[in-house]
Write a protein that binds this ligand. Sequence first.
Ligand code: GLN
Length: 427
Amino acid sequence: MLADKTLGAYVEQLTDEPLNKLGNGVPIAIKDNIQVSGWAVTSASKILQGYVAPYNATVVEKLLAAGLAPFGRTNMDEFAMGSTTESSYYGKTLNPLNRAHVPGGSSGGSAAAVAAGLAVAALGSDTGGSIRQPAAFCGCVGFKPTYGRVSRYGLGAYSSSLDQIGPIAQNVEDAAILFDVIAGRDDKDSTSAELNFTPTAPNLNGERKLTICVIENYVNNASAETKTALLAAIEKLKSHGHKIIYRDLEDSKYDVAAYYIIATAEASANLSRYDGVRYGRRAEAKNLKDLYVNSRSEGFGEEVKRRILLGTFVLSSGYYDAYYIKAQKARAHIKAQYEKILSEADLIFMPVAPGAAPKFGALSDPLTAYLSDIYTISVNLAGLPAISVPVAKVSENLSVSAQLIGRAWDEQSVLDGALSLENLIKG
Ligand code: GLN
């Protein structure tokens, strides 16, 4: 098995080496929307069949510079739109914890590969939970950095103001190590932040005492098993000396509405480049218009088409103010709510998902699927860093995770709190 060691154990072997020589070729699995020069990159879509990446994403350049080896394409929901990996053109990925259940999505392949021991760690992308939720469903650690911390150059764009690349790993330390490798300003991504970056892994401190705000109404609304697991984790954090405070957040249905307007609006623009001419698969056609229509009709799956239609609708002149502008106002309000809580607490604690991994088909109704994202999407709307950490084994061999959210650019506190939680759970 490739992953009989953690990334931390590999680093340990190389203690004399500087961190930029970390790798010795340790293999890192890569989601199918991140460019690796010379590899097919398809975002699990039919429309990108035959397309080969002409250059490396910045994160891949950084892996290589650290001596790590990108290996293996991981399955995903088509264009990262989904919560189960069932919308992939290649078919579904099974959850290694229980094969009757979904691995989560959209980075379900990355999480399953790490959970099954096929990869030491993996890269995923998170637009509305796609790193944190599959990591939670498969029982591993998933970390979404602050928006702007990691370059998006070479990431297939879904919703550019929300997308962020991050690690899925076996434990918090590995997530920190991989995050340090990929973080930092990149001139090729104008939204990447011009801030100095201090590596987190060498400064990881699970003994730091933090003020943690539990979102009580979210914990109470989770499934019975999830609620029990989260309450037990909160007790452990409390008895370890963290200061726990409690707040409620507004009804998450507004988060879902704002997210699915903004994400689909941006997606409709981003996906307009797939026209059958420039990338991947071209359909048979008699004239140019048919070429566009046939290539897009045959190339995109049902969920992607639904979102392009929705996004085009909310951006159309008659509805722009009623939907898109309103969603942007809701986004500003959601961000302000988080900032208020984070002026009183170092971290926010809440569920990752309403329950453990559902069975295949359980989220096949699009609205049910969209509503299952309630606890992850607002974090992307606010641009904050957040991690999911396994806190309990539950029925059917599944796992439940807690989500810790921090202030923008304060990934260190998120990782410190996560390490503390992980240590407390492992006992
Ligand atoms: N499930 C959410 C969506 O379908 C989030 C996906 C993601 O983070 N890429 O949009």
